[in-house]
Design a protein around this ligand. Structure first.
Ligand code: NAD
Ligand code: IPM
Ligand code: MN
Length: 342
């Protein structure tokens, strides 16, 4: 049996509640095949409130030595928005150069979509993970005065765009061979134009892949009115964040939406987490759906090249959803039901 070192960051709110079920499923699915050495990191709101740290350098360095990272969710209403999100989650994505944020959306058999005619929803959003409005370029001056100025600058580099564009086309080759670039090039004429030119250039190398383009505002319409038209949606960091919550909603809720933050050059560990947050509105009630986080472990296994257990987890989750998705279940019940199918 081969061994892998995994950093576990349960985080805050429902992240803490789902992580034990995630690890239990991962353990059972890989039993006898793979050995995981887990190191759990005490990072998130409690740690910050205790000693003011979000991600100390020595812990980041330790995380860098791991094969992969499992993260629950972070964010806490007691702490000013952005401190944990930027200081921990985005710091990890940036420091580990996780430039591909892969977010599949699939309407599973048995889940009730809020759409009357959802059709066959099965698309993947390839969201750029290290650039755009997320880099933190900009600042505030004259803060608190009537003349306050606040800027956030969107950084888009040809290097950063090209690598995510190539990834999207390569992924499309393994799927239905269609890439939709989503941007706002009618207004964001600098970045939008660069994204489109790079897509056009890379598309020439993938003659079997068809491409189209949608402005992000229109894309939000089609995700609701005609989601089956999408195969691979390629977009920037902020648009991808927004579109994937919407996509989560149309496939029955973000409780089913897995994600992977991938350093595709494999220089650093990749990170696997659900797309949802710490859900303070339901935290502590034991009702969070652990499915998205469990499906994220299947993405981790595939990234590590451990395909058979990934298949097992996906099959177990699909069967569980088919039988029980409409039932009201506690987190622990969903975890136990999925575990029992493995
Ligand atoms: P959220 O995703 O936490 O919650 C949005 C809604 O979805 C809430 O009604 C919540 O109850 C519901 N929901 C989320 N996950 C669920 C699950 N597994 N099962 C059932 N229902 C679920 O988004 P928010 O409320 O905007 O953010 C809360 C906090 O989480 C903030 O601090 C935010 O910054 C943070 N956040 C963190 C991550 C992350 O760690 N990756 C992602 C998104 C938001
Ligand atoms: C997500 C979250 C994060 C993002 C926040 C918490 C920084 O919303 O993973 O979707 O915007 O990427
Ligand atoms: Mn988000």
């Amino acid at each position: 049996t081969s061994a892998y070192n995994i950093a576990v960051i349960p985080g805050d709110g429902i992240g803490k509640e789902i992580m034990p079920h995630v690890q239990a499923v991962l353990e059972k699915a890989t039993q006898g095949l793979v050995h995981f050495n887990y190191e759990t990191f005490d990072l998130g709101a409690e740690r910050y409130l205790r000693d003011g740290s979000t991600l100390p350098d020595d812990e980041l360095e330790r995380i860098k030595t791991k094969d992969a990272i499992l993260l629950g969710a972070v964010g806490d209403p007691r702490i000013k928005a952005g401190i944990i999100e930027r200081g921990l989650l985005l710091k990890l994505r940036f420091a580990l150069d996780q430039y591909i944020n892969l977010r599949p959306s699939k309407l599973y058999d048995g889940v009730k979509s809020p759409l009357a005619n959802p059709g066959n929803i099965d698309f993947v959003v390839v969201r750029e993970g290290t650039e755009g409005l997320y880099v933190g370029a900009g600042g505030a001056i004259r803060r608190g005065t009537p003349h306050e100025v606040a800027t956030e600058v969107s950084i888009n580099t040809a290097f950063g765009v090209e690598r995510v564009v190539r990834y999207a086309f390569a992924l499309a080759m393994k799927r239905r061979k269609h890439v939709t670039l989503v941007h706002k090039k009618n207004v964001l004429t600098n970045a939008g134009d660069m994204w489109q030119r790079i897509v056009d250039a890379v598309a020439k190398e993938f003659p079997e892949v068809t491409t189209d383009y949608q402005h992000v505002d229109a894309a939000t319409i089609f995700i609701v009115t005609d989601p089956s038209r999408f195969d691979v949606i390629l977009t920037d960091n902020l648009f991808g964040d927004i579109l994937t919550d919407e996509a989560g909603a149309v496939v029955g809720g973000v409780g089913y939406s897995a994600s992977a933050n991938i350093n595709a050059s494999n220089e650093y560990p990749s990170m696997f987490e659900p797309i949802h947050g710490s859900a303070p509105d339901i935290a502590g009630k034991g009702i969070a759906n652990p499915t998205a986080a469990i499906l994220s472990t299947a993405l981790m296994l595939r990234h590590l090249g451990i395909d058979a257990p990934a298949d097992r987890i996906e099959v177990a989750v699909e069967a569980d959803i088919k039988e029980s998705a409409t039932a009201q279940r506690f987190t622990a019940e969903v975890g136990a039901d999925i575990l029992a199918r493995l």
